[in-house]
Write a new protein. Sequence first.
Length: 237
Amino acid sequence: MNLTMMSIAIDFSKMWKWIPTFIDGTIVTVVLSLLTVILGCIIGLIAIMMKRSQWKVINFISYAYTQVVRGTPLLLQLYIWLYGLPMIGLTLPTLPFLGDIYGSREFITAVVALAINSGAYVCELLRGGLESIDHGQMEAGRSLGLSNLETMRYIIIPQAIRVVLPGLCNEFIMMIKESSIVSTVGVFDVMYTSNIVKASTYSVFEPLIIIAIIYFILTTLLTSLMSVIERKLNVYA
């Protein structure tokens, strides 16, 4: 039996002129992840407030939201937002003033889908943070004449955020990696640049290695920043 040995020529010199494309994709990835986490924090905060509401209907809505989102794949949720909901007339508009990339329907839909997904996990992070705060804090706030909402806003939530801040930073790191899924729906992020480079240079391995290095650098920098934040929190604790 004859064995044919195939050699693969790896040539990174062809990648140099595509560095600006990789940089542009990286910026889109960072912006997408940052918007997702910021909106996810807002959604998660609303969801945890709903969970602590005295109205059972509101409790159930928040519970159903977190269970459904955390119990289904992110890719499925993205497809539903981008392809499923428009079939019943629910389509997110384009925003031309934001440019061809950031104002596109695909990018905006990706932000919304990922933010709603992130919000469910942030909600659970905040729930753990709130449960770590001594119940006497609420009584102390009420004794000062604050309402339940004011006590939550000015006393409980600031302490809880300090507790869950490392977890929120970790959520940002996870979203940097998970956001690569948007490349499957045509969003120009750093992962999508591999398709562009591959189509132009017929190189498959080299752009993937460069993208892997970019993701590694991003996550390493964010992990180091998270370590610095944790040390500072421990100092001021």
